[in-house]
Design a protein around this ligand. Structure first.
Ligand SMILES: Nc1ncnc2c1ncn2[C@@H]1O[C@H](COP(=O)(O)OP(=O)(O)OP(=O)(O)O)[C@@H](O)[C@H]1O
Ligand SMILES: [Mg+2]
Length: 276
């Protein structure tokens, strides 16, 4: 009888075996008597890209703001790197949906803001901001004001601003939804490229299920509000690096889409019914 060939064991670090960078423990968020989200439990491993989808008004931004320390949970707790969040966090980079650049500051001055609160010297701030603008494809645009930049270019400046400080956690609230589809694909690929260089924990909120699957390691689905909660969490086992336009043609992408949509669809329908 032939001896069984023992294959080398490839060590795979599953996300849950890695250190939890963000831990949301039994979080309930209320506004007065209105309970927006109830008993939400989510962890994001260091280096993991978590995408959160859910119908409009279900509490996605509210959860993100709790991680950022902008809102305090009514009950439960949020921790970043084992430290309980109890105020505005310095360890995070926040990419907002809307333009969040200061209109009276140039591109480079806006990027420098990302370092200002950290007490980095003026010279170093300028040096690092120049490098980051080049990194996001804006070499030569340093002295432009936001109104002299396109929507995609402004997003690039925001990305540099959010990432320059090397945050432990990157929070993104529908950052690309205002962009046209081609610019969106470009920006999504750009984001993946930057993230691959130095993996951080990411929590991205999106309406766009395709975006969630194309970018994420995992997609969490929230229920329709009020009292929204996490109803499902799907691992996305597609290889990296990914090209967001091409990956959508992969049959496994389509299977995932079908599965997650089956879970999300009912919640979206409920949220429309409740609006009337
Ligand atoms: N400061 C507030 N005061 C009262 N209610 C609020 C406040 N902020 C949010 N809400 C309510 O909490 C719920 C969740 O809001 P949130 O902005 O988190 O939704 P969302 O999932 O981000 O929606 P969208 O996809 O439209 O951005 C909504 O019903 C909203 O009206
Ligand atoms: Mg929102």
């Amino acid at each position: 009888m032939a001896l069984a060939v023992v294959k080398p064991v490839v060590e795979e670090t599953a996300p849950q075996q890695k250190k939890a960078m963000v831990a949301i423990n039994s979080v309930t968020m209320s506004f007065g008597t209105f309970v927006a989200v109830e008993d939400v439990n989510l962890t994001v491993a260091d280096g993991e890209f978590l995408a959160i989808v859910g119908p409009t008004g279900c509490g996605k931004s509210t959860i993100l703001n709790a991680i950022a320390g902008l809102l305090k949970p009514t009950s439960g707790s949020v921790s970043i790197d084992d430290n309980r969040v109890s105020g505005i966090q310095n360890d995070i980079g926040y990419l907002f949906q809307q333009d969040a650049l200061l209109p009276w500051k140039t591109a480079i001055e806006n990027v420098e803001l990302g370092l200002l609160i950290r007490g980095v010297s003026a010279l170093k701030r300028r040096e690092r901001s120049m490098a980051w603008l080049a990194k996001v494809g804006l070499k030569g645009f340093e002295q432009r004001y936001p109104h002299q930049l396109s929507g995609g270019q402004r997003k690039r400046v925001q990305m540099a601003q959010a990432l320059i400080s090397g945050p432990k956690v990157i929070l993104m609230d529908e950052p690309f939804s205002a962009l046209d589809i081609h610019t969106r694909h470009l920006m999504q690929n750009e984001l993946l490229r930057l993230w691959q260089e130095e993996r951080r924990a990411v929590v991205m909120i999106t309406h766009d299920l395709e975006e969630a699957i194309a970018l994420g390691d995992r997609v969490a689905v929230l229920a329709a509000g009020p009292r929204s909660r996490v109803i499902n969490s799907f691992p996305v086992d597609l290889e990296r690096p990914r090209d967001v336009a091409e990956i959508k043609l992969d049959p496994r992408f389509m299977d995932l889409y079908r599965n997650i949509w089956a879970s999300l669809r009912g919640e979206v329908e409920k949220s429309y019914e409740r609006r009337d």
